[in-house]
Design a protein around this ligand. Structure first.
Ligand SMILES: Cc1cc2nc3c(=O)[nH]c(=O)nc-3n(C[C@H](O)[C@H](O)[C@H](O)COP(=O)(O)O)c2cc1C
Length: 173
């Protein structure tokens, strides 16, 4: 089977990570894949925060937990890296744009042998004063909406087969 299609069909979310750091060159390839996602009117508006600094990673996990209905101990499952996607509020298609960046990065990670998962609540994170302060510290001006957190690391769990696809989700006309 075509290699790209094989990656798409075999990717699964990882929900338990080893603490080992992902090499920077792999992180760079994953974020580059994100930056090449299709985007509304060619504006390339989504921004990625590639977080490997433990203190910032832990702060984002703590903020995420604040809004997590399940109050997971660490909503990032121990992953040492979080790629946060944000997009300017002035772009009407920001959620579509940002979601494509997320999708590219999840697939790129898998293609490179790195575990990944989309973790929600990026929106709430950057509505919170602590999240806003992080953006301000980076000199990011204007209003941004958090789209998603792509956590990365080496899996510390067995990969399960993808469940069969539900029926009646494809109509050939
Ligand atoms: C928009 C979105 C939000 C998600 N949020 C979370 C989350 O907060 N925590 C989590 O453990 N998984 C989250 N996931 C991962 C899903 O649980 C996972 O993709 C789904 O169960 C299908 O499994 P698979 O990715 O292994 O195919 C999210 C996925 C998407 C697309």
């Amino acid at each position: 089977m075509n290699e790209v299609l094989q990656s798409i069909l075999s990717r699964r979310s990882c929900k338990k990570f080893k603490p080992d750091m992902v090499p920077q060159e792999l992180i760079d390839q994953i974020t580059e894949a994100g930056l090449y996602a299709p985007n509304f009117m060619g504006k390339q508006s989504p921004v990625i925060l590639a977080v490997t600094d433990k203190e910032t990673r832990d702060m984002l996990s703590r903020l995420n937990r604040k809004y997590d209905p399940f109050k997971r101990e660490d909503p990032f499952y121990g992953a040492p890296v979080v790629l946060v996607v944000i997009a300017p509020k002035e772009i009407p298609a920001r959620v579509y744009d940002g979601s494509l960046v997320m999708g590219n990065m999840l697939l790129a990670a898998h293609a490179l042998g790195i575990g990944s998962c989309w973790i929600h609540r990026a929106k709430e994170t950057f509505e919170d004063p602590e999240g806003k302060a992080l953006l301000a510290s980076l000199g990011l001006e204007g209003e941004f909406e958090g789209i998603g957190n792509c956590v990365l690391g080496y899996p510390d769990m067995e990969k399960k087969e993808a469940p069969p696809r539900r029926e009646n989700r494809l109509f050939k006309i």
